[in-house]
Design a protein around this ligand. Sequence first.
Ligand SMILES: C[S@@+](CC[C@H](N)C(=O)[O-])C[C@H]1O[C@@H](n2cnc3c(N)ncnc32)[C@H](O)[C@@H]1O
Length: 223
Amino acid sequence: MSVHSISDVTCAEYFTSLCAAESEVQRQLKGLVSTLDNVPPMYIDPLQGAILAFLARSIQAKNILELGTFVGYGTLWLARALSSDGKITTCERDKRWWPIAADAFEKSGVSSQVHQEKCHAIESLQNWLNLDTPPVFDFIFIDADKSSIPVYVDACLPLLSPQGLLIIDNVWWQGKVLNSDDHQKRAEVLRQFNADLAKDARLDVVMLPISDGISMIRKKAFL
Ligand SMILES: C[S@@+](CC[C@H](N)C(=O)[O-])C[C@H]1O[C@@H](n2cnc3c(N)ncnc32)[C@H](O)[C@@H]1O
């Protein structure tokens, strides 16, 4: 049977009910965000969270990087993939979210494995790239400002381990990228970026048709 006859929402709800249960702390984070004025629910959905955690577990990721912490909801999904010697570095420039995320990591018992980079993601990436021995990440999740995605990918690729996975969220930008009549700057940038990525001979790229579009990237030379 083709899945196209079933709505995406039905599929997502079914999957979520079976294998993407949020933790109590994650539910509390959502409750908190819902009380804040003018703050959209910017976190990934449980379907994405469970898939990301599954992928990170599959490659036994030990050193995870997330760009865009927000309140730490997505970080907590990634933390489910960590073994006791694994760690996550998560970057957030907006200081309003630092203590909320820190509290969620503490309550979830993962704070010793999560390092919060409290600055602009590009600043962190440039600092690492300038080191004699830059850190190597085996799982990178890009989920910060969408217009900088191309810049983030360029900066992240040298930091990605040979067998690592780089994941980019919102590559459809609310579906606008899929509408070729939409000429808003960000839609154009992401449309061109997706096309360039698909043609990049160095990379193996897959786009998952879930949520707002997720791209998964590996370095081809090491396949
Ligand atoms: C979509 S939210 C991240 C959601 C989070 N990954 C989750 O799933 O729970 C994007 C976050 O990136 C942060 N952000 C935007 N631009 C950034 C930048 N240049 N450096 C660091 N953080 C940034 C925003 O403040 C926001 O909190």
